[in-house]
Design a binder for this molecule. Structure first.
Ligand SMILES: [Zn+2]
Ligand SMILES: [Zn+2]
Length: 319
């Protein structure tokens, strides 16, 4: 491909192999971190149109992670909006989602089942702080497993940094400089070196990507720990069951929940909704029942829930 137009820097949306990349200005640093120094990356301020082969292209905030965008495409008076991933909940680490009226809305469907209903972020931060406090009282380091790009930074912004040292494991640290460069204020963090974590004698909280739960040697090197996973999928039994190594789950996500998807689709005012990236059939069926024109579109790239989709189904039917 000559040029890729990128909604955001998550690995399933920003794929190497193009000559040039165009993305929303605040996301350039993250895309650079993902693609490497040699990639040709162009940033476009939110809301400012640019002409690509006769198509008017503009980026609008998607509220998903720093620099995430819905892409508005206008050609011969017809407007399409490609949402990428999005959420409507508050998040101080990125610009809030804005509804963009269009004829055709391409929506994600990661959590497009009515069972997915998120609580307010402040409630979740309170629960995590409480868990952290109890672990401190027991002399155990809190290991919080969350996606390294977006969720980690949102948690850093929301948790009570006064409670104790915040450690961030290497894979998540790589994105912190781009957040700082974009002017997102986050508390001071420390690399999660085993000796530093142990020296904090259970007062610290370590943020690490979910895959680190499988690394028994790494966990053991930290001394006594309590582990918890932060994920929207934790709401569903099938996903919880697979997380045997994790003691606790917090239901929290950088995607829209069911009501968020409904609101975004409604406010887009689209006459035709195209669904991709997640629970496609479920959402298409629901929208058609509401009298909307809706179709699924295939994607080469799996969503964040990816292979978890079948487990979601199994979990839901198990109760
Ligand atoms: Zn994403
Ligand atoms: Zn995605």
């Amino acid at each position: 491909m000559d040029r890729a137009v990128i909604t955001h820097a998550h690995a399933d949306h920003a794929v190497a192999g193009s000559e040039a990349y165009l993305t929303a200005e605040p996301g350039v640093g993250l895309l650079r971190e993902r693609m490497g120094v040699a990639a040709y990356i162009q940033g476009q301020p939110y809301g400012e149109p640019i002409d690509l082969n006769g198509v008017e292209v503009a980026f609008f905030p998607a509220g998903h992670i720093l620099g995430s965008a819905q892409i508005r495409l206008e050609f011969k008076g017809e407007v399409w909006v490609v949402s990428g991933d999005y959420k409507l909940a508050t998040d101080p680490t990125c610009e809030p989602f804005v509804p963009v009226p269009c004829d055709v809305f391409v929506t994600e469907a990661t959590f497009a089942m009515p069972v997915f209903q998120w609580r307010r972020p402040q409630v979740i931060f309170g629960q995590i702080d409480e868990w952290w406090l109890r672990n401190q009282a027991a002399g155990r380091t809190s290991v919080l497993l969350a996606d390294g790009l977006g969720m980690t930074q949102r948690l850093l912004a929301g948790l009570d940094a006064e409670m104790g040292p915040l450690f961030v494991q290497g894979a998540a640290r790589r994105f912190l400089p781009a957040y700082a460069a974009a002017g997102v204020e986050l508390p001071v963090t420390v690399p999660a070196a085993a000796d530093a974590v142990r020296a904090a004698q259970g007062r610290g909280l370590v943020l690490a990507p979910p895959a680190m739960a499988e690394d028994a040697a790494w966990l053991a090197s930290l001394g006594p720990v309590s582990t918890a996973l932060v994920s929207g999928g934790m709401q569903v039994l099938g996903v919880r069951r697979r997380q045997r190594n994790v003691e606790r789950g917090f239901v929290f996500s950088d995607h829209a929940d069911w009501n968020g998807l409904m609101t975004a689709i409604q406010t887009s005012e689209a006459r035709h909704v195209l669904v991709t990236h997640g629970q496609v059939e479920e959402l298409v069926r629901w929208l058609r029942r509401q009298g909307l024109e809706a179709d699924g579109i295939a994607t080469e790239y799996a969503g964040e829930m990816g292979s978890e989709a079948t487990d979601v189904e199994a979990g839901a039917s198990n109760g």
